[in-house]
Design a protein around this ligand. Structure first.
Ligand code: 13P
Length: 254
């Protein structure tokens, strides 16, 4: 049976305790919207506080280190974010790949550490505009995932989500066409089935990310093989984030 649509807010480097009221409002609404799985990934500093506020939504981290502990100044391990209340971690976001030089192998090592700590994963992938215009988007993204995803996962359908986020669509107001999203998500689905088997590979939710807003969510979410959304800017207020959640609810009802 297909899992519920998964709508995840990635707050990136935004948010102080003043934003806890937004998280609370999102959580209270999510309690009435059980047909959709709603989650937030606040910055490390807010994980515990959001976890304490939240009764319904999932809480996650935006990164973790590949090692369990040690002399890594400024880093945070998977066990630490789990201890703070995180249930999942976003890994391999393009802002980490570009800004921190993370390689596919780094992402794969972090994924192994996160699974060891009992966390679920959202593994991100996506191409630059130059790669898309050169016609290499699908090959690039599938190669990225080949190198970034764990070789095996127990219950992959439950524990793994993949987020396709074209880099040129992040924070730009541009979104990929539904045809391009469908083509990419079908390629990702084929890879997941090849890697984790028909049953589990078919269950893994493939999220779309990149300028998802309340007014384009319905079209994107109804695209073939789109199992949810990873939302940046529009997740920062309850009003806009819940607009996206409602689009997913309406589609379930349709
Ligand atoms: P925007 O929704 O702000 O484009 O960000 C998308 C993203 O990078 C989510 O991880």
């Amino acid at each position: 049976m297909a899992l519920r649509p998964y709508i995840v807010g990635n707050w990136k480097m935004n948010g102080t305790r003043a934003m806890l009221s937004e998280a609370r409002a999102i959580d209270r609404s999510a309690q009435r919207l059980m047909k959709v799985e709603v989650a937030l990934a606040p910055p490390f500093t807010l994980i515990h506080a959001v976890h304490r506020e939240a009764e319904q939504i999932g809480i996650g981290a935006q990164d973790c280190h590949a090692k369990a502990d040690g002399a890594f100044t400024g880093d945070v391990s998977a066990a630490m974010v789990a201890d703070a209340g995180a249930k999942f971690v976003i890994l391999g976001h393009s802002e980490r790949r570009e800004g921190h030089g993370e390689t596919d192998a780094d992402v794969q090592a972090k994924a192994a550490a996160a699974l060891d700590a009992g966390l679920k994963l959202i593994v991100c992938c996506g191409e630059t505009l130059a790669t898309r215009e050169a016609g290499g988007a699908v090959a690039h993204v599938t190669a990225q995932l080949e190198g970034s995803l764990p070789d095996t996962i127990d219950n992959a359908g439950e524990r793994l989500a993949v987020a396709y986020e074209p880099i040129w669509a992040i924070g730009t107001g541009r979104t990929a066409t539904v045809e391009d999203v469908a083509e990419m998500h079908r390629a990702i689905r084929a890879l997941l089935i090849a890697r984790y088997g028909e049953e589990e590979g078919s269950l893994v939710r493939i999220l779309y990310g990149g300028s998802v807003k309340p007014d384009n969510a319905r079209e994107l979410l109804s695209t073939d093989e789109v199992g949810g959304a990873l939302v940046g800017g529009a997740s920062l207020t309850a009003e806009s984030f819940l607009g996206i959640v409602m689009a997913a609810v309406d589609m379930q009802d349709a």
